[in-house]
Ligand binder design. Structure first.
Ligand SMILES: Cc1cc2nc3c(=O)[nH]c(=O)nc-3n(C[C@H](O)[C@H](O)[C@H](O)COP(=O)(O)O)c2cc1C
Length: 469
């Protein structure tokens, strides 16, 4: 049972996946540089770092907490959450299955108690926290692994990880992208002419942290999702009008966002491998800061692929696949290549049963939650390994006729981080149908068979080849 961030560090250490750094390091670029080196040493299986000797601070800094896909998979291995959710929303197992699923969901709802400042030290300013500057041209220091908790006008809660640029000792930016949960809450608060009380947690157990980064369907509570993974309800604490935070938070910031107030945020070295273009963002005015005794500060470093966000992305994609197939059962597999930045390029496998079904599947992707940020979708037949770039290129070369199979869609929402678009978060999409074509799709010739040796000859040839070598 991993109770909190420190429990998670103990878990990582017991698996030899934690490097404790006693060298004196600076929050100014050095922690970031060492984290990048560790990440690149073994992409997707890298060790976490705990910097215990941070220049100017007593507080240790933990980074690359999710650099290992194996670790995230282990944490979530028992949960089978997507099957549960699809079981409820699209019950193939009948009413019994649906009821069992609903019970699990109800049993996972977070528990809320009152916040007690006795468990915390009250800090006077952000300057007491070892907030890092990650890349040389960053606009300053950024809180890079905050769980930002907001409330909607309907009382619903959203949790997302959105970076926060330090503007001064009690003020930060709030980089929730236009289509994200926090931004939607800000939009609604602005319409209602209200300011928003906002809570931020830095450092909690890994279930809460991964859930906050997970693109869950609207209406599924991140802390309930964490409870399902952890197999025990998330314990929250509530302080006045602020949205409740996990009881095991290392650091808590309480404050307010006036949704009509904007200030230029960035540049920031982002996971695209480029500095983000400075843009107006909402502003977070902090009123109270708390830190547990001996708190550990958690930070994430992103940059040119790959860093830990790629491990998180790889895990999530596999994990959430059943939900995509639930919406459109012709999509049998989906892969967002890390080098395609997760939000820019998407490969899908389609079980094509009627003319145009590959297009329908690609339209599905463009209409689904954060998958809709993708700007290039390519559809493949079942015989193509969409995780093997050789196989992918072979299909694109041998099954695509550009005039017929490539479609460009203008005037669509895009990822805010896509600097190629003329305007922020608004651009175009390309759909590439790399499936074999049928007469029903206007292909008047006979589609040629793929070359394959007969099984018997192949087996005997392999035997003879082994002897001859
Ligand atoms: C390390 C890290 C940093 C992130 N930074 C941001 C960010 O600055 N802005 C943003 O909109 N999303 C960011 N994300 C992605 C969101 O956390 C993710 O899309 C999440 O699903 C958002 O939650 P929501 O759907 O409830 O809005 C980040 C994710 C990670 C793992």
């Amino acid at each position: 049972m991993i109770a909190d961030l420190r429990g998670y560090l103990g878990y990582l250490s017991s698996k030899s996946r934690l490097v404790e750094v006693s060298e004196r390091v600076s929050t100014d670029l050095e922690i970031s540089a060492m984290t990048s080196i560790a990440g690149k040493e073994s992409p997707h299986h890298s060790k976490s770092l705990l910097f215990k000797n941070v220049e100017g601070y007593d507080m240790p800094v933990a980074t690359n907490l999710f650099g290992s896909v194996d670790t995230i998979s282990e944490l979530f291995s028992d949960a089978r959450i997507p099957e549960l959710i699809t079981g409820i929303m699209h019950p193939k197992g009948g009413a019994g299955n649906m009821l069992r699923g609903a019970k699990v969901l109800i049993d996972s709802m977070p528990k809320v108690a009152g916040f007690s400042s006795r468990n915390y030290d009250r800090l006077s300013s952000l300057d007491e926290l070892p907030i890092i500057k990650a890349w040389p041209k960053d606009a300053g220091r950024f809180i890079t692994l905050p769980l930002v908790i907001t409330k909607g006008q309907d009382g619903s809660t959203n949790v997302g990880i959105y970076r926060m640029q330090v503007f001064d000792d009690m003020t930060t930016g709030m980089h929730w992208q236009a289509q994200k949960g926090g931004a939607i809450h800000a939009h609604d608060a602005r319409q209602a002419g209200k300011t928003m009380p906002v809570s931020v947690t830095i450092g909690t157990d890994p279930f809460n942290m991964v859930s906050a980064a997970t693109p869950l369907p609207q209406g599924i509570n991140e802390f309930a999702f964490a409870g399902m993974a952890r197999r025990s309800r998330t314990q929250l604490v509530k302080n006045g009008d602020y949205p409740p935070v996990p009881a095991n938070s290392e650091i808590i910031l309480y404050g307010e966002v006036d949704p009509s107030e904007k200030r230029v945020e960035g540049p920031f070295g982002d996971h695209t491998g480029y500095y983000s273009i400075p843009e107006p963002a909402n502003v977070f005015h902090i009123k109270e800061i708390y830190a547990k005794k001996n708190a550990v500060y958690a930070a994430s470093v992103v940059g040119h692929p790959w860093h830990e966000d790629a491990s998180i992305g790889l895990f999530m994609m596999d994990y959430l696949k059943p939900m995509v197939s639930m919406v459109n059962d012709s999509i049998t597999d989906i892969y967002l290549p890390p080098e395609g930045l997760f939000t820019h390029v998407c490969f899908i496998k389609v079980n094509k049963r009627f003319p145009g079904e590959a297009r329908k599947a690609m339209f599905t992707v463009l209409g689904l939650g954060q998958l809709s940020f993708v700007k290039m979708v390519v559809a493949f037949d079942d015989d193509i390994d969409i995780r093997d770039y050789g196989s992918v290129l072979w299909a694109m070369a041998s099954r695509v006729e550009p005039g017929r199979d490539i479609q460009i869609i203008n005037g669509a929402p895009t990822d805010t981080l896509d600097h190629t678009a003329n305007m922020p978060a608004y651009g175009s999409k390309v759909l590439i149908d790399a499936t074999k074509k049928s007469a029903g799709e206007g292909y008047a010739r006979e589609w040629p068979d793929t070359i394959a040796m007969t099984k018997e000859v192949l087996e005997s040839a392999e035997r003879k080849w082994r002897k001859s070598r």
